[in-house]
Design a protein around this ligand. Structure first.
Ligand SMILES: CC(=O)SCCNC(=O)CCNC(=O)[C@H](O)C(C)(C)COP(=O)(O)OP(=O)(O)OC[C@H]1O[C@@H](n2cnc3c(N)ncnc32)[C@H](O)[C@@H]1OP(=O)(O)O
Ligand SMILES: O=C([O-])CC(=O)C(=O)O
Length: 473
């Protein structure tokens, strides 16, 4: 593997050490902040207030269905039917521009070719590419993969951060500075930015990881020269492994993961964030950075790395992995906030739209099972399956909820990424890389199709106050 001037050398010089020290100091919660927090009104609002004001909390209707915020031609996420005004749970179905996710994945896999680029083209342009169009699109993606030395020199890894998602946000904002017309929001420029993001973000994410590791170890990070002929999945594995040391099967599996994550409607939190920012006609980089910030959250894309920690925690605390009662008892503890991270959430379970099943989780389960046996991790796989099987009943017992709850896409993805040797810090960045296609499609639909600033209302629940001069308080 040839290495070029893109090879990067990081060392702790004086300036950087000072930066690290400042950063450490700023992380501590000061006693002043604690005092301010305790004095602040932090109590949750009474449920009855929401009813009284007819507030759609979380932009949800009373039955849990989402408030309709727009029209889209990009994607359909189906999880229930409304029959006689009532929400009736249904098997999950996901279509992109009208094509089922199963057809998109199975067709490319059956033909032994990578499918993520086809899906990205479909999302951005609205139609499936023919052979020439796909080749042209792949060539354009390949041509953009190069990252200039000027950009690399300013790459935000030099400011310490434990989260690659945070690095990614800043890396995207830095791209603004390397765009000759960053505030141009014409369709041509938007397409150009979208293609350049799809092309560069996979390398940027993998590079952020490689640089962080090299820095921890006080050595050079060797970033392979981009090969324009490689697919998105191959590009990621190439940077991560530092060479071409990966199999076609591994790259094809990562490609399936990218397709599964590419898009999920306008209402998911990160895409909606991207649409909200886009509706103000702000630049593309700001909108994509906001989407990355949203996706990082553990209730959204960040769940994929939480799930892996949770399973590790379950494996460490449940002695007999075949004992349903023991597993259920531990899940109950998690729900009661007595175990794991204290959030009360069983990560990888539940979804805002899906009720009986998430079609993506089914696909992930299928692939996870196939490679788990190959890698001798069958017991670990079956433990995750037990969590999927037992969690709904435990939820009903502990929370008394009647809404069906199913595994979501994140239940198995971390397990698959681990088996692919992808480090845990890159799980959510992999999601961001893939979802960029969906964000781009929705940004353009918002900019050119919706044409109205998103501006919901909040009902005010306080009385007007008479100002008291400072000296009299
Ligand atoms: C790519 C993705 O974003 S997929 C989702 C990834 N996120 C996770 O896996 C985190 C765990 N899951 C969750 O937190 C939720 O299921 C979400 C955020 C995905 C969806 O949340 P909602 O749409 O509010 O779900 P829903 O309407 O079914 O929730 C009803 C109640 O069940 C709770 N609930 C839902 N899922 C879970 C769960 N996995 N663990 C514990 N409680 C849950 C909710 O907190 C809510 O409780 P509340 O009424 O006391 O606030
Ligand atoms: O649709 C949602 O709310 C979350 C989700 O699954 C996704 O973004 O893929």
């Amino acid at each position: 593997m040839a290495y070029t001037t893109q090879n990067i050398y990081y060392r702790f010089d004086d300036a950087l050490s000072r930066l690290v020290i400042d950063y450490e100091a700023s992380r501590q919660v000061s006693p002043e902040s604690e005092r301010l927090y305790h004095g602040a009104p932090s109590e949750p609002y009474d449920e009855s207030l929401y009813k009284e004001h007819d507030v759609k909390r979380g932009l949800r209707n009373a039955d849990g269905s989402g408030v309709v915020a727009g029209l889209t031609r990009i994607c359909d996420v189906h999880g229930y039917n409304i029959v006689d005004g009532k929400l009736v749970p249904d098997e999950g179905k996901l279509t992109l521009r009208g094509y089922s996710i199963e057809d998109l994945i199975n067709s490319s896999q059956a033909e032994g070719r990578f499918g993520y680029e086809e899906v990205a083209y479909l999302l951005i342009t609205g139609a499936l590419p023919n052979v020439d169009e796909l080749a042209d699109f792949q060539a354009r993606l390949g041509a953009y993969r190069h990252i200039s030395d000027g950009y690399v020199a300013q790459f935000p890894i030099t400011t310490v951060s434990s989260s690659i998602m945070n690095v990614l946000m800043r890396a995207v904002l830095l791209l603004y500075a390397f765009d000759a017309e960053p505030d141009n929001i014409s369709p041509e420029h938007e397409i150009d930015v979208a293609v350049s993001m799809l092309s560069r973000l996979p390398r940027i994410a993998a590079m952020a990881h490689a640089l962080a590791i090299a820095r921890q170890q006080g050595r050079r990070a060797l970033i392979p020269t981009p090969d324009p002929k490689l697919s998105t999945a191959e590009t990621i594995l190439q940077v991560l492994r530092g060479d071409d040391n990966f199999t076609r099967g591994e790259a094809m599996l990562l490609d399936v993961m990218l397709m599964l994550h590419a898009e999920h409607g306008g209402g998911n939190n990160s895409t909606f964030a991207c649409r909200v920012l886009s509706s103000s006609a702000t630049d593309a980089y700001s909108a994509y950075a906001s989407a990355i910030g949203s996706l990082k959250g553990p209730r959204h894309g960040g769940a994929n790395s939480k799930v892996v920690h949770m399973h590790e925690d379950i494996r460490n605390h449940v002695k007999n992995w075949d004992n349903d009662d023991e597993i259920a008892a531990y899940l109950e503890k998690i729900l009661r906030r007595e175990a794991f991270d204290g959030s009360g959430l069983i990560y990888g379970m539940g979804h805002a739209v899906y009720t009986l099943s998430d079609p993506r989780a089914k696909i992930c389960r299928h692939y996870a099972e196939a490679i788990a046996d190959e890698k001798g991790l069958g017991d670990e796989f079956r433990l995750i399956e037990s969590v999927e099987r037992l969690a709904p009943q435990v939820m009903r017992d502990v929370r008394g909820t009647s809404k069906p709850i199913c595994a979501n896409i994140d239940l198995y993805t971390g397990f698959i990424y681990s088996m692919l040797g992808i480090p845990q810090t890159l799980f959510t960045p992999m999601f961001a890389v893939a979802r960029t296609a969906g964000w781009a499609a929705h940004r353009m639909e918002e900019l050119f199709g919706a044409h109205r600033i998103i501006r919901p209302a909040y009902n005010t629940v306080y009385d007007e106050m008479e100002y008291v001069p400072l000296s009299q308080r």
